[in-house]
Design a protein around this ligand. Structure first.
Ligand code: NAP
Length: 290
């Protein structure tokens, strides 16, 4: 690999803990090369107590920006000068852009999810969707879907602290967008899932249920609730095909795993930093083989 680092080369980075397993350095460095952008991307293991100093470094070192992952997505907010409307609504930031010393926080997870639906030719604008899960991924997806014009979003999760936080978020989403958000207790009211799904064009699993090594699990009891006009999306990408996706595919439904969301959240961060489109046809094989 040829690297032409000069005095002008700029730095983008991932701050996370752990950070070393991430695909982001390979994705962005390849995209910088392919678009002739004089920049590199590195990952840094940043402990929570070092986040303040690390964010100061973004300014003092004139970094292009950073991605944030666990455990910094919410903790970073006090160190920023401004939030995008989506980051504000989601209450979490995965991308910071250094605009001449002004640090602007964005959340590109929801944008990545929405963009990835185009790959399976699923249109949810003006329609109803159902999400299982009430954590970070569910919040990003529900918020961006509402911003983009999805009509109604059903969120199923057991009634616990994730759900309580999400219910506050649902009120904010309803107050700031035209979408309705309905929350349902997945354990107590499982029977409502089939009724809600009848009105929906998309079911999203936004939990870790079905992830390796528990890939014999799925977040629904069986495939009976999956009707023929439904598409099924799983944010999990390890395994590539979860039990939920296999069940849906065997019923002839359109399916997608979380690799598209991963790819396009990166593409949106790249666009925010460089003003250029990420050449996704070059980056996609990297992500697929990660
Ligand atoms: P999170 O904030 O910790 O939320 C986890 C959610 O999953 C909660 O709603 C939790 O509900 C539910 N859950 C139920 N059973 C679970 C189990 N056995 N294991 C894990 N979660 C369970 O996590 P998150 O950031 O939303 O991430 C959720 C999933 O999305 C993870 O698999 C993550 O890898 C994936 N993800 C993918 C992308 C992508 O780009 N494709 C991006 C972000 C996240 P309870 O209240 O029932 O516990």
């Amino acid at each position: 690999m040829e690297l032409n680092i000069t005095g002008q080369t700029r730095l983008a980075a991932l701050y996370a803990q752990p950070a070393r397993h991430s695909i982001s350095p390979a994705m962005h460095t390849k995209a910088f090369e392919a678009t002739g952008t004089d920049a590199v991307y590195l990952s840094f293991d940043v402990a929570p107590e070092d986040l303040a100093a690390s964010m100061t470094a973004v300014r003092t070192l004139g970094m292009m920006g950073v991605n944030l992952s666990m455990p910094h997505k919410m903790a970073v907010i006090p160190f920023l000068d401004e939030l995008s409307p989506a980051a504000q609504l989601i209450g979490a930031v995965n991308t910071v852009v250094n605009e001449d010393g002004r640090l602007v926080g964005h959340n590109t997870d929801g944008v990545g999810f929405m963009r990835s639906l185009q790959d399976i030719d699923v249109d949810i604008i003006g329609k109803e969707i159902c999400i299982i899960g009430a954590g970070g991924a569910a919040t990003a997806i529900a918020s961006q879907a509402a911003i983009d014009g999805v009509k109604r979003i059903y969120v199923f999760n057991r009634q616990d602290e994730f759900m309580e936080k999400f219910q506050q978020k649902a009120a904010e989403i309803a107050a700031t967008t035209a979408a309705d958000v309905v929350t349902v207790d997945l354990e107590a009211d499982y029977h409502q899932l089939a009724e809600c799904l009848k009105k929906c064009v998309l079911l999203v699993n936004a939990t870790g249920v079905g992830m390796k090594p528990h890939d014999d699990l799925m977040p629904i009891k069986n495939g009976e609730v999956l009707h023929e006009d439904l598409a099924v999306y799983d944010v999990i990408y390890n395994p590539r095909e979860t039990k939920l996706l296999r069940t849906a595919r065997e019923k002839g439904l359109k399916t997608a795993n979380g690799l598209g969301m991963l790819l396009y959240q990166g593409a949106e961060a790249f666009r925010l930093w460089t003003g250029k489109e990420m050449p996704v046809e070059i980056i996609k094989p990297l992500v697929d083989n990660s």
